[in-house]
Design a protein. Structure first.
Length: 108
């Protein structure tokens, strides 16, 4: 199932998938229950944009996946207390990466 805005590029999804189009500002109808909206993805993109503009100012293509993972983790755990979020973060750290490792990989 896909929930998208009304951009015409998504029109082909109707052929193979359950596809709900959301027109922002449109009143809810029987065809579109309240749960079908794009609020969450728009919130995620807004946080990523703020992180890009306000924190990092630039994302390298090489590390783009890491940036996306960071902001996805932040968004998915946004309602958690900081100590729980930090504990889960530590549980998922498998490898120590130093600045020297990053610099060495950039030049090889």
């Amino acid at each position: 199932m896909f929930i998208t805005d009304s951009w015409i590029g998504y029109n082909g999804l109707n052929d193979k998938y359950i596809h709900f189009k959301v027109k922002n500002g449109e009143k809810l109808s029987e065809d579109r229950p309240q749960e079908i909206n794009t609020n969450r993805i728009e919130g995620l993109w807004a946080n990523m944009k703020r992180g890009y503009i306000g924190t990092y100012n630039w994302w390298s293509k090489k590390h783009l996946n890491s940036y996306l993972n960071e902001f996805t983790f932040r968004y998915n755990t946004r309602k958690w207390k900081e100590d729980k979020r930090f504990f889960v973060f530590l549980q998922n750290v498998f490898e120590r990466i130093t600045q020297r490792d990053i610099i060495d990989k950039a030049w090889t």
